[in-house]
Design a protein around this ligand. Structure first.
Ligand SMILES: Cc1ncc(COP(=O)(O)O)c(C=O)c1O
Length: 365
């Protein structure tokens, strides 16, 4: 049996919407993007969404619109996808790396607090793997030190904290890359309650153009196309269903893998809705094989699995060559032990059972 790690769920609705765009003759940012922005705002529970070309652009423009630049520091987790930290460097600011909570893999509020300086302007909290970061702790910290909270929601569309969707607490930055919980092919969005801030991001994504050929600020071209917007409208309508399947699949995996010696299944905080962008197990030294041994064994049996992420950002050659200080030991240990197993919404029960059987077999002592 072959079980894929990821599989975008594209169907008739997406095909029909894209055909409608192609036949309309309006291919660049247009009415579908506007519609997608409105529907996404409603879904997340914010007043404004500004759709952009990808998730990295969303982070870049959020920081830029906040006025983050040279001389500023932004605290980011050391254990995340590289784009989170790169966005800070793109603004000429300095990323400062915090350690993670070893249970959720999200930024540690305690360590973030220890790393706040007079230069700190913002925190980027990543809701990694679909589990919300500690919103209450981060909000308190930001209020105490007068910092902006950016939520990197690239992996957490529809995740909730105390019944409220992520992306509505601070400034949200979403990615709609094909492997995410929902996709627009490539794509991204900034979400906010603040009309003035949304206007700034809107200007920055489109050449700083306030009116036809009237350019009031230095802007980029980081627009979303209507083809992407049309895919997004169809995907958003399916998001709750796709997330429900992920949650169901995670429950099956949790049950099947509970009690396997040395294997830690994903943690979920009581007040969190975890949307399992990835189903990440921790392969501890008590497991029969080392993490990479398990990964190779599963791949050999046709079970797609991968390591998100094999190095903390500060251990990536580019960052280590620049001498950035590591976030801390929990980030290093996570990078050594994590393994993502298939959880995507298209999985059949037999496929999940096969994944469980293969992991158990590998762990038998
Ligand atoms: C946590 C995180 N932040 C940012 C990004 C960047 O998004 P994109 O690839 O759409 O630029 C990604 C995904 O790729 C991500 O996983």
């Amino acid at each position: 049996m072959k079980v894929s790690l990821v599989k975008p769920n594209i169907g008739k609705e997406e095909e029909e919407n894209v055909l409608a765009v192609l036949r309309s003759g309006m291919l660049a940012q247009g009415p579908w993007v506007k519609r997608f922005e409105g529907e996404f705002s409603k879904y997340i529970g914010v007043a404004h969404t500004v759709a952009v070309s990808n998730g990295t652009a969303a982070l870049d423009l959020a920081l830029r619109a906040l006025g983050v630049g040279p001389g500023d520091e932004v605290i980011v987790p050391d254990f995340t996808f590289i784009a989170t930290a790169n966005a800070v460097l793109f603004q000429g600011a300095k990323p400062v790396f915090a350690d993670i909570d070893p249970r959720t893999y999200n930024i540690s509020v305690k360590d973030t607090e220890a790393k706040v300086t007079k230069k700190t302007k913002a925190i980027i909290a990543v809701h990694l793997f679909g589990h919300p970061a500690d919103i209450a702790g981060l909000q308190k910290l930001c209020a105490n030190h007068n910092l902006h909270l950016i939520e990197d929601c690239a992996q957490a569309h529809g995740a909730e904290w105390n019944g409220k969707r992520v992306g509505s607490f601070g400034i949200g930055a979403f990615s709609f890359y094909p492997t995410k919980n929902m996709t627009t092919s490539e794509g991204g969005a900034v979400t906010t309650q603040d009309a003035e801030f949304a206007k700034k991001v809107d200007l920055l994504r489109n050449h700083g153009q306030a009116d036809k050929y009237l350019h009031t600020v230095l802007g980029y071209n980081l627009r979303m196309t209507d083809i992407c917007g049309a895919i997004g409208v169809a995907q958003l309508a399916k998001l709750d269903g796709m997330n429900a399947n992920r949650i169901r699949n995670a429950g099956i995996l949790n049950k099947g893998l509970s009690g396997v010696r040395g294997l830690v299944t994903p943690y979920k905080a009581e007040n969190a809705r975890h949307v399992y962008h990835q189903y990440v197990v921790r392969v501890t030294p008590e497991f029969k094989l080392a993490r990479d041994g398990l990964k190779d064994g599963l791949n050999g049996k046709g079970v797609g699995c991968a390591v998100h992420y094999p190095k903390p950002i500060t251990s990536q050659p580019f960052y280590s060559s620049q001498g950035y200080k590591a976030g801390g030991l929990n980030s290093n240990e996570a990078a050594e032990q994590v393994l993502s197993l298939p959880v995507h919404p298209g999985l059949a029960r037999e496929e999940l059972d096969y994944v469980i059987e293969c992991v158990k077999e590998a762990g038998e002592t």
